[in-house]
Design a protein around this ligand. Structure first.
Ligand SMILES: Nc1nc2c(ncn2[C@@H]2O[C@H](COP(=O)(O)OP(=O)(O)OP(=O)(O)O)[C@@H](O)[C@H]2O)c(=O)[nH]1
Ligand SMILES: [Mg+2]
Length: 307
């Protein structure tokens, strides 16, 4: 027995709950919904989340530490290795795994691949099947959908929710609490995440660019915040570089007469203002970094590699 197991927590429960699933199933949306604030970037396009992020929910008798992870996917880029590694770490540290799927689509090859990876890495950690986006599923196919997803793996339980309408969220929290072991309060109760505000801003700018850009471009964008300074109370100055992979991309991101970068900037500024509660002056600069997704030097420099 380890030291923690011998201690008496007087019924207080705590643990790490990994949000695992394909890109775009709604993991970050669910995290934000539980915390009642937007700490994780969300977008309509897959592969929005690039790094693990904690979302800490402290209740009177429990602390649930959600671990949002990038959607596991197959990709040829060196960047994909890092992204998948982030999801694996989330899996391996977990006390409970929420295997999240988009119930509005039947399982596909990517789901099968993901199941194999989860089975390989997660050992006997309890796994809950979370069917999200139930608001998009007509009642006459809901049962069939549930059966096909259940058949993917030996889950301990399942639940149907909508992270957008928040239906089923209370019931899911009850299941989570039932699965967690007794343990200490790991974080102070006012702390909702470990991620710095400046890094959240970075993810929000990237999500804004992903939102507005078309075709392959959303995934060729990387954002770095260079300056995140409070110039006077309630007024923040943010300077960020938007990296793209080719000269031709730079023109598209800036747009005719600067229209595209203006759109991205407006969306991003509004999101950062909501997150920080400050008024924000956002300065974006676009820079070409040739094939950065395969450039190990670039990836290392920006913390996107474990090598
Ligand atoms: N209709 C509906 N849309 C949802 C629901 N949950 C999430 N979405 C939408 O699905 C899209 C993807 O959501 P994200 O939360 O970014 O998905 P993710 O799983 O974090 O994606 P990655 O970070 O790319 O792995 C967004 O447009 C969300 O608004 C839901 O319950 N119903
Ligand atoms: Mg995400």
């Amino acid at each position: 027995m380890n030291e923690l197991a011998q201690m008496d927590f007087e019924g207080f429960k705590s643990g790490y709950v990994a949000l695992i699933g394909k890109p775009n199933v709604g993991k970050s949306t669910l995290l934000n919904a539980y915390l009642g604030q937007k700490i994780a970037a969300v977008s309509i396009k897959p592969q929005t989340t690039q790094r693990r992020q904690l979302g800490i929910l402290t209740l009177p008798n429990a602390q649930v530490v959600f671990v949002d992870s990038p959607g596991l996917h197959s990709g040829d880029y060196k960047l994909s290795q890092f992204i998948n590694q982030e999801a694996y770490y989330a899996l391996m540290d977990a006390d409970l795994i929420l295997f999240m799927v988009d119930a509005s689509q039947p399982p596909d090859a990517q789901d099968h691949l993901l199941v194999a990876q989860v089975q390989e890495k997660s050992g006997d950690t309890p796994k809950l099947l979370v069917l999200n986006k139930m608001d998009l599923v007509s009642p006459n196919i809901a049962g069939e959908r549930l059966r096909t997803f259940q058949a993917l793996m030996d889950f301990d339980d399942h639940i149907q929710i909508s992270a957008v309408t928040q239906a089923g969220q209370g019931a899911l929290l009850d299941r989570i609490l039932a699965c967690l072991p007794e343990g200490p309060q790991y974080f102070p109760e006012e702390q909702v995440t470990e991620t710095h505000e400046r890094d959240i801003a970075e993810a929000l700018i990237r999500a804004a660019a992903m939102h507005h850009l078309q075709e392959e471009l959303p995934w060729a964008v990387f954002v770095r915040v260079n300056d995140y300074t409070l110039r006077e109370p309630g007024k923040r100055y943010v300077h960020a570089t938007v990296f793209v992979e080719r000269d031709s991309h730079k023109g598209i991101v800036i747009g005719k007469g600067g229209r595209m970068i203006k759109k991205i900037s407006t969306t991003a500024r509004e999101e950062i203002e909501k997150m920080s509660g400050e008024s924000v002056f956002l300065d974006l600069q676009v820079k070409v970094e040739k094939n950065w997704r395969n450039n190990m030097d670039f990836l290392r420099r920006h913390g996107l590699s474990y090598d």
